[in-house]
Design a protein around this ligand. Structure first.
Ligand code: DC
Length: 230
């Protein structure tokens, strides 16, 4: 656990889907006694609200959804629970429908500005590990530690299939299909106009293709301790 006099920094963890961000971020937050914030879950929750309302994916429709949707993030033993208007939607936001629609919703200006404002409120006091796509570039460009995780497309697809487990087998999703889905999401997240997925110039890039979770956590913790003591 941290010393009470220790400086509590902001750790920004960005990278494409399947690069190992959330497991790594959760572990680091737990070890440092920091709050873990999965910003992808916020974009997924607003996407779920839009899908449930049958809303078209454009700024005006999403503006209305944003006004009525209350998204809360609660710390839990497995990382974070996501509530939408008081309902626990932690599992539902990982559904195929939400995953398919989330890149489109998260590309909209009204959605991004509302989410970024909220993320800044949640993290500005420090002592936070925040994972996403634009944390080091847009949300907290002043973060004391920025990590950009990458991994080969095939390795990321393998990890996603393992995560989906029985669900993937039941749906008969092959490795090639998962590569295609992830490749398409990479393209949408990296080519969008507002806050595309890019590495901050001062971020440390770590390729996790051949690393275990423990190895990547250890590497990042070493950087974190060095920044905390600076
Ligand atoms: O990390 P994830 O797969 O749960 O993220 C879901 C989507 O949300 C992803 O396709 C891109 C978007 N996202 C984003 O645009 N900015 C963030 N900070 C986090 C996620």
């Amino acid at each position: 656990m941290p010393q009470s006099s220790e400086r509590r920094i902001i750790i920004a963890l960005d990278g494409p889907a399947g690069s190992g961000k959330s497991t790594t971020a959760r572990n680091i937050a737990h070890t440092l006694g920091y709050v873990y914030i999965d910003t992808g879950a916020m974009y997924r929750a607003i996407t779920l609200a839009a899908l449930r309302a049958g809303a078209a994916i454009h700024n005006d429709a999403l503006q209305a959804i944003l006004q009525s949707a209350r998204i809360e993030l609660l710390p839990s033993t497995d990382g974070q629970r996501t509530l939408l208007n008081g309902e626990d939607v932690s599992a539902e936001i990982r559904s195929h429908e939400v995953t398919e629609a989330v890149s489109g919703v998260s590309a909209l200006g009204v959605v991004r500005s509302a989410m970024v404002e909220r993320q800044r409120e949640l993290g500005s006091a420090g002592g936070v590990v925040m994972d996403g796509r634009d944390i080091g570039t847009v949300v907290f460009p002043q973060a004391e530690l920025k990590i950009f995780l990458v991994a080969s497309l095939e390795e990321r697809a393998r990890r996603r299939l393992a995560e989906l487990g029985a669900g993937a087998s039941a749906a008969n999703i092959t490795l090639d299909e998962m590569c295609a889905q992830l490749g398409e999401r990479d393209r949408q997240d990296s080519e969008r106009e507002i806050s595309p997925l890019t590495k901050a110039t001062d971020a440390i890039e770590i390729d996790t293709s051949a690393l275990s979770i423990d190895q990547q956590v250890a590497q990042i913790l070493a950087f974190a301790h060095e920044r905390i003591q600076r």
